[in-house]
Every structure is written in C-alpha cells, then in structure tokens.
Design a protein around this ligand. Structure first.
Ligand code: GTP
Ligand code: MN
Ligand code: MN
Length: 408
C-alpha cells in the first residue's frame, strides 16, 4: 500500500464520537445522496442498512476537504461496497441512479409525507401506504381513527413541517424559562438538541430542566405543563412521568435505550410578529412571550377568529393564508435530577448518530454502558460519576468533542 493510505487510516478514526463533525462541511452532494438511502432504509424497516449509510455520511462530513475522486477514499473507515458504489456514481455522473429512483418513488414520497405527521412512525405509515393512503389528505378522508398526537399532527401539519428558526427557539426558551421560574424558583433550563449543536433551524426545540437541590425537580414537569396550559401556550402535550425510581424496585428494565426521565412532547402556540403587541419584555423580539389572551385588545378577537377558522380548515390548505399571528411549534421538555444532568445533557444534545456511536464505543471499546442517566463500568462493576460532559468523555477515554462538533 502507499504510505498515504496508512496515514489516512491513522488520521481518521472509525467512531463518529472520535471525530469532530461540523454542521457545515465539504461533501454535501455526497452526504445528501447517502442520506436519502439512509432515510429510505429507516422507513422500510432496514435499520442496519440505515445506520451503515448514516455512518458513511458522517465520515464524509468530518473530512476537512472535498472528495473529488475515488482515490481520495483509500484507507478511510465506514465506507462499505454499497456506499462506495453510490459515491463513485455521484462523482462520475453528478447523480446516482439508485438515489434518484428512491427519491422519486411513490413509496418513499408517501412514507415521508405520512411520517411527517407528528405521531406517525414508520410502521404505521407503511401500513397505511399498503392501504392506499399516500398523503395526509388521503388519511384525513380515510376516516381512520387517529390518536390525539396524530390528530394534532394533521391539524398543524404545515406549521410542523416548516423549520423552526433560532429566533423562534429563543422565543420558546423565554416562555419555558418563565414557566419554570414561576413554578420552581432556582430551576435551570438548558437548550439541547440540534440548536445546542449550532443548527440555525430544527424540526423542534428541545429543553432540559433541572434544579441544584436534588429532589426539588420531582413532579416539576406536571407543574410546568399546568402553568403553560393555564396561559394557553399549549396546543398539545403528552407528559410521561419518571420511571427511573419505579424500575429500581422491579426486575423490569426499560425497553431498549429509551430513558426514564419525566418528559413532555408538546406543540406550542407561538405568537409571531403582528405589529401590534410585540414588546412587553423584549423590545427587539419579534415574538410576544405573553399568551394571546392576556390583554383584552382587538388583537385577541382576531386570534380567536383565526383559531376557529383553523379548526375547520382542510389539510393541505396553506396555513399562512390564514394569518401570521401565531404558529405551531414542536417542543420537547425533559426534567433530570441534578446528579444525572451531565449524562442527560450529553444524551439529549445529539446528533442521533453521535449518541449511537458514543454508546457503541462505550460497549465495544471500554466494556461500559452509557445512558442518559449514568455510565456503568462492567469490569469495575460500578457506576461512574461525572459532573460535566468533559468528565464523561474523559471516563470513556475520548477526547472532548464540543456540541458543535457532534453533527454526525
Ligand atoms: P432536529 O430537532 O431535527 O433539529 O434535530 P435534533 O438533533 O434536535 O433531534 P431530536 O429533537 O429528535 O432529538 C434530540 C436528541 O435527543 C437526539 O440527538 C436524540 O439522541 C435525543 N433523543 C430523542 N428522543 C430520545 C429518547 O426518547 N430518549 C433519549 N435518551 N434520547 C432521545
Ligand atoms: Mn430537536
Ligand atoms: Mn426533540
């Protein structure tokens, strides 16, 4: 082999958690192609293939230069035969036939549209697709019984498929901060998920809530949600209580690596710029952190009017034609005990692949089990404590990767 090849093997490690993966990188044409195949695999119950495509894409995202020819890939990890075929075709022809066929296939388009409905996963989408339901409108006409999440998903389909901006995430953050400080002074909230990694947009906004006095955080989610509901900030919410303590008594372990924090999947009603009521707390904000009905102004009437029209609206009608006064935004809230905060922070910052790689590294290279609660060392047979993300990386024998480098 050429000396250069060995050098590359040494320079590019195979686990994504050993590398810095920036948000913006040099190989988007290739990673877009691989992401379509990953997405398709995930939608058609081929998780293993999905992960393989995701790992290959993550590898390319971490490279400091653009790949222009196959010879530049020599010695790089994570690139199986299938991925290499795809990359070769894109480099030579500009596109890959398998990717284009997938992108245009009725199945892929339908499954994407259906899983784009909040509350609809790949399995449900696939079942509906086989029944001839290909779009949200088909679903609405079908008369299927939908659960609460799916009903909300249909009702706010357009809003929830429009990316959330950083400004909107910050506005939500101010609302959650107010809620938290009202119900439990001293509680702390942290922006997690994609926005913590430096993304400019997201499909939702994620927050982690804790309190320095361990135990004070118990039952906090219910109170926060009640406050938000009383102020009319929530269009939908489903709260799951903490099952961590309960599961200690019984033999039952939680399924897979789902964590056991108090959490809430929600849809917020976010007031948008309307030129009338902007500024009670922040003169530079385009958003009011106050609920729509806190002041009996003519604006309130308009908002109510918009609401009732929205309720009777048909799917597929652009919501933007109704009004600009508010939009629906998906928000995830998680409450963690203070002693587990660093693990929760690391576990909820993502990306999904980065998290998966961290756990894989822990098990296979260190004989440890990492979760969003703890790190367990199987050789020492003990749980390892950590007070920061930096400490967790150190315990795992990894160099620290800051959130902006976790965009694998
Ligand atoms: P966008 O929201 O699409 O911008 O990206 P994101 O990275 O924020 O994704 P998402 O909001 O879906 O999830 C944020 C992070 O939380 C992900 O990296 C996941 O690893 C993590 N996460 C999501 N759901 C769960 C869960 O049920 N359990 C645990 N432990 N982690 C989760
Ligand atoms: Mn998110
Ligand atoms: Mn989320």
């Amino acid at each position: 082999a050429e000396p250069g090849a060995e050098l590359q093997v040494a320079l590019v490690p195979s686990y994504a958690c050993q590398r810095h993966t920036p948000l913006l990188h040099h190989n988007t044409v290739l990673t877009d192609a691989l992401s379509i195949l990953a997405e398709n695999a995930e939608l058609t119950d081929n998780e293993g293939r999905g992960v393989a495509f995701r790992r290959a894409a993550a590898l390319l995202k971490s490279l400091p230069h653009e790949i222009r020819g196959m010879e530049q890939l020599k010695g790089l990890p994570c690139l199986g035969d299938h991925c290499l075929r795809v990359i070769k075709e894109v480099l030579e022809d500009g596109t890959c036939s398998e990717v284009e066929t997938t992108r245009q296939s009725g199945q892929f388009t339908a499954l994407k549209a259906l899983t784009g409905i909040f509350g609809v996963g790949a399995k449900t989408a696939d079942r509906w697709f086989r029944e001839g339901i290909h779009t949200p409108s088909d679903l609405q006409r079908s008369g299927h019984t939908l659960n609460r999440a799916q009903q909300a998903g249909l009702q706010y389909y357009d809003d929830l498929n429009r990316p959330v901006t950083k400004a909107e995430a910050d506005a939500i953050g101010r609302i959650v901060e107010r809620a938290v400080s009202e119900v439990l002074p001293g509680a702390e909230i942290t922006l997690i998920g994609g926005f913590r990694r430096g993304k400019n947009t997201g499909h939702d906004v994620d927050f982690l809530i804790t309190h320095p006095d361990e135990g004070k955080e118990e039952g906090l989610m219910v109170k926060v949600v009640s406050w938000l509901e009383a102020q009319d900030f929530l269009l939908y919410q489903k709260t799951t209580r903490n099952s961590y303590l309960e599961s200690k008594d019984g033999p039952a372990r939680p399924p897979s690596n789902m964590d056991r924090f108090e959490r809430c999947f929600s849809i917020f009603r976010l007031s948008t710029h309307n030129g009338v009521r902007m500024t009670e707390t922040d003169p530079h904000s385009h958003f009011s952190v106050h609920p729509h009905d806190s002041h009996p102004t003519p604006q309130t009437c308009r908002t109510v009017d918009v609401l009732s029209r929205e309720d009777s609206s048909e799917i597929g009608q652009p919501q933007s034609s109704h009004s600009q006064s508010w939009r629906a935004v998906r928000v995830d809230l998680v409450v963690s005990p203070y002693s587990q905060f660093s693990f929760a922070l690391l576990g909820w910052t993502g990306s999904k692949l980065f998290e998966r790689e961290l756990r894989r590294w822990a098990v296979h290279e260190k004989a440890m089990t990492l979760s969003s609660h703890t790190l367990y060392d199987s050789k020492q047979r003990q749980y390892l404590r950590a007070n920061s993300e930096e400490e967790i990386f150190a315990l795992l024998g990894l160099e620290y990767v800051p959130p902006c480098g976790r965009n694998a």
